[in-house]
Design a protein around this ligand. Structure first.
Ligand SMILES: [Zn+2]
Length: 338
């Protein structure tokens, strides 16, 4: 689909939303929108992925980047977003894209696409991924389901031939495994289905070599996203602080640079609160981002910045425009989904 035709497709909704944003800006000055996602996939693969909402279709991301440029949004690093919000120039509009966790596709697909658009991108790295200390069971489970027509679970055969069956099986097993035993259940599942867990992890994990090469790119900004990806609010204070500090230290040690920005895993209101925002400051960061929806303004607290998650299933520019205007944040607060 060409950019021109895709823009026409969304115009009615988008055209209705844009003036709302412009009106608010006249009253309220500069507007920044932080957007985040995890993984990416080419369109044909995206259609078949068992956990596809976790991935952005690369063609959609390409369209979104072109659209922002056409609408004269500046795409900036977190560092610049914070400066521009503070400067509060009337009519200034800027967006930041961050990739959370960081898998191999960050290196192979996502950063190359941002490079093609000459746009910066922020990578919030979970250091347990390149260090190989996290089992990456979500990615492995998905890979096994994707590559098979039937799988074995606890001695029973489950048909996973169609994309719909694959999605259903993934959702059921993910729900059943979620919790402290996930790693062990996944290991047993790999063995039962004849898959090598280490090879699967290496296929999906980003490596330190990849991160080192990305960190040399002036368009790439590296931020921290903990060591083990815990729900920070659920940890005791010392343990929470250690997750933040150890991640920052490890990234500095491997990439040879100061790490100034942090993003909370999960990032909704129940996942990170006032104590945790203070811990991010104590750990030496200059900002911390959540996944509470909304836009960034001059008065935004830089230790609890709003950030809008791009869901893989929402492939419309109108949905992106909801985030850009701040409308999705207003709706989320009205529905109590914070
Ligand atoms: Zn994450």
């Amino acid at each position: 689909m060409s950019l021109a035709s895709s823009l026409t497709d969304v115009l009615p909704m988008e055209a209705a939303l844009r003036p709302i944003g412009a009106l608010l800006d006249r009253a309220r000055g500069a507007r920044g929108c932080l957007l985040t996602f995890h993984r990416s996939a080419p369109s044909a693969l995206w259609e078949r992925l068992p956990n596809r909402n976790f991935y952005l279709d690369l063609a959609y991301l390409d369209r979104l980047l072109a659209y922002l440029k056409a609408q004269r949004w500046s795409i900036v690093t977190m560092e610049e977003a914070i400066e521009r919000a503070a400067a509060d120039r009337p009519g200034d509009r800027f967006a930041n894209f961050s990739v959370d966790d960081c898998y191999r596709d960050t290196f192979e697909e996502i950063v190359p696409l941002f490079r093609a658009h000459e746009a910066p991108v922020t990578l919030f790295v979970t250091t347990g991924i390149p260090d190989g200390t996290m089992p990456l069971w979500h990615a492995g489970l998905e890979d096994i389901i994707l590559s098979k027509e039937h799988i074995l679970r606890d001695g029973r055969t489950i048909e996973v031939e169609t994309a719909q069956e694959k999605r259903a099986a993934y959702a059921t097993i993910e729900r059943a495994w979620e919790g402290p035993r996930a790693g062990a259940l996944y290991s047993a599942f790999c063995a039962e289905n004849g898959f090598d867990e280490t090879r699967l992890r290496d296929k999906h994990a980003i490596s330190w070599d990849m991160l080192q090469s990305l960190a040399r790119d002036p368009l790439v900004e590296i931020g921290a996203h903990t060591v083990d990806h815990p729900r920070v609010s659920a940890l005791g204070e010392a343990e929470a602080l250690a997750e933040l500090e150890a991640c920052r230290r490890r990234l500095r040690e491997r990439l040879g640079r100061e790490i100034r920005h942090f993003a909370f895993p999960f990032g909704r209101a129940a996942d990170a609160g006032e104590r945790d925002f203070a811990l991010a400051r104590r750990a030496g960061f200059s900002s911390a981002a959540t996944t509470r929806k909304g836009v960034m303004r001059r008065r935004s607290n830089v230790f609890s910045l709003p950030r809008n998650t791009l869901n893989g299933g929402a492939k419309s520019l109108a949905m992106a425009e909801m985030h850009l205007t701040g409308a999705s944040g207003v709706v989320a607060r009205m529905l109590g989904r914070v």
